[in-house]
Design a protein around this ligand. Structure first.
Ligand code: AMP
Ligand code: MG
Length: 375
C-alpha cells in the first residue's frame, strides 16, 4: 500500500477554518485509515461504526486486540449516540474540558460502536479533540472516528508527522501533516462508568482539576474520594498494562539532588563502551558528558517537557543510543503524567542518586500519580 503524506491548510477563516487534503474524509468514509494531528499526539483514524475498518487499525499498529480505541467526536451531542447514560458528570466535565485532552470512559449504549472499538467491553472511551484539523476531519467524515495513537505498538506516540511515517509508512492510506503536536502526551483518561470516578491514565489535565469540577454544585452532589485505588491492572485502561513509550536503548530514570544526578550520570556514561544518551533539562544540558544529549526544556516548564519528550525518545533511537539516562522532571510535573510515561519508558528502572556516585533503587517508582488513582 502506498501512504500519501499531505499537509492540511489552516486558513482560520469561517465557516471552515481548515482545508483538508482532498479525499482524507473520503478515505475514512470508505473504510480506510488516515493518520491525523490532534493537540495531544497523532491519531490513527478509522470510521468508528465500521467494524472492518477498525480491525485494520489493530493490524497496522500491531496492537493487541484487547486494547480498545478512543472514539473521537467533534461536538458534544455526538456522545449521546455512544452512551445511553445521561450522567451529569459527563456534561460537567465536557463543559470544562472539551474540546481538549480529556477522554471519558462511559457506559456503552445500545446503538453504540462495534466490539472492534471497545474490545468487547461494555464501556466506550470518548474524546472531543481541540485541534482544528482533527475537528474538520471528524466532521466531514461523519462525526465518529476511532483512533489510538498513530505509532507501532510499544513505540513512543508520534508528535510529528515524520514519527508516523517512521512507524506506519506503507501500512495506512494517508498521513495528514499538521506540524508538531502541542500537548505532546496522550489525553487524561477518566472513568465515569462506575460510581467511583477514577483516573485511568494521567495526562496534562490533572486529577485535582477534575475533582474540582465534579465537586461544583452543578456537577455532582457527591465529592469523589481522594484515596488512591489499589486495583488490579485489568480494571484500568487495558492499554496501560503493555510496555509503552519505550526507546530501543535501555533507559534509567535518575532522581536526586542536581549535583548527585549529574555526577552519577556522568560516571555511568563514562564507564561504558556503549553509545550513551542523556535526556536533560535545559538548565543542566551543558553539564553532561555523553554521546547524545537532548534537552526537553526548563526544569520548571512541564508543558515544554511534555511537548518534547516523545521526540527526544525517538531521537535517541535515531542516534543509536544504547544506554540512556533521564532526569526525572518531577519539579515540572504537576499532574504526574510525565512521571507515568517515564516510568513506562524506563521499564521501571529508577534510581535515586546520592553522594559519591552511589545510588539506591527508588521507592515508589514512577514518582507521580499512578494509573488508577481514585479522585
Ligand atoms: P491510545 O489512544 O493509543 O492512547 O489508546 C487508547 C487508550 O484508551 C488505551 O490505553 C486504552 O486501553 C484506553 N481505552 C480505550 N477504551 C477504553 C475503555 N472502554 N475502558 C478503558 N480504557 C479504554
Ligand atoms: Mg497509544
Amino acid at each position: 500500500m502506498q501512504t500519501r503524506v499531505t499537509k492540511a491548510e489552516i486558513v482560520r477563516s469561517l465557516p471552515e477554518p481548515v482545508v483538508l487534503p482532498q479525499e482524507a474524509a473520503e478515505i475514512i468514509r470508505r473504510g480506510g485509515l488516515v493518520a491525523f494531528p490532534t493537540e495531544t499526539v497523532y491519531g490513527l483514524g478509522a470510521d468508528a461504526f465500521n467494524e472492518e475498518a477498525c480491525a485494520k487499525i489493530y493490524e497496522a499498529k500491531g496492537r493487541p486486540s484487547d486494547n480498545p480505541l478512543i472514539v473521537h467526536i467533534a461536538e458534544y451531542e455526538s456522545i449521546l449516540r455512544l452512551t445511553d447514560d445521561r450522567n451529569p458528570r459527563m456534561k460537567a466535565l465536557a463543559e470544562s474540558f472539551w474540546p481538549g485532552p480529556l477522554t471519558m470512559i462511559v457506559k456503552r449504549g445500545r446503538n453504540s460502536v462495534p466490539d472492534a472499538v471497545t474490545g468487547g467491553r461494555d464501556t466506550v472511551a470518548v474524546r472531543w479533540p481541540s485541534h482544528p484539523v482533527a475537528q474538520a476531519l471528524i466532521r466531514v467524515a461523519g462525526g465518529y472516528i476511532a483512533a489510538p495513537s498513530a505509532n507501532r505498538s510499544g513505540r513512543p506516540s508520534p508528535t510529528k508527522a515524520s514519527h508516523v511515517i517512521e512507524d506506519l509508512d506503507g501500512r495506512i492510506d494517508m498521513i495528514i501533516d499538521g506540524g508538531d503536536t502541542q500537548v505532546g502526551l496522550e489525553s487524561t483518561i477518566v472513568d465515569l462508568s462506575e460510581e467511583e470516578v477514577r483516573i485511568l491514565r494521567p495526562g496534562m489535565i490533572g486529577a485535582e482539576e477534575i475533582a474540582r469540577v465534579l465537586a461544583a454544585p452543578e456537577g455532582v452532589s457527591q465529592l469523589p474520594s481522594a484515596a488512591a485505588a489499589e486495583e488490579a491492572e485489568e480494571a484500568l485502561a487495558p492499554g496501560m498494562k503493555y510496555t509503552h513509550y519505550a526507546p530501543k536503548g535501555e533507559m534509567t530514570l535518575v532522581s536526586g539532588d542536581k549535583e548527585h544526578v549529574i555526577s552519577y550520570i556522568n560516571r555511568s556514561a563514562s564507564g561504558t563502551d556503549k553509545i550513551t544518551g542523556v535526556i536533560s533539562s535545559e538548565e543542566n544540558a551543558a553539564l553532561y558528558k555523553a554521546d547524545v544529549i537532548i534537552s526537553c526544556g526548563s526544569r520548571t516548564d512541564g508543558a515544554a517537557v511534555a511537548q518534547r519528550l516523545y521526540a527526544a525518545l525517538r531521537e535517541m533511537d535515531a542516534r543509536g543510543a544504547e544506554l540512556i539516562f533521564c532526569e526525572d522532571f518531577s519539579e515540572a510535573d504537576k499532574t504526574g503524567a510525565i512521571a507515568n510515561r517515564l516510568h513506562k519508558a524506563s521499564g521501571g528502572r529508577h534510581v535515586f542518586a546520592e553522594a559519591d556516585g552511589r545510588v539506591r533503587a527508588k521507592q515508589n517508582p514512577g514518582g507521580g500519580q499512578r494509573d488508577g488513582t481514585a479522585i
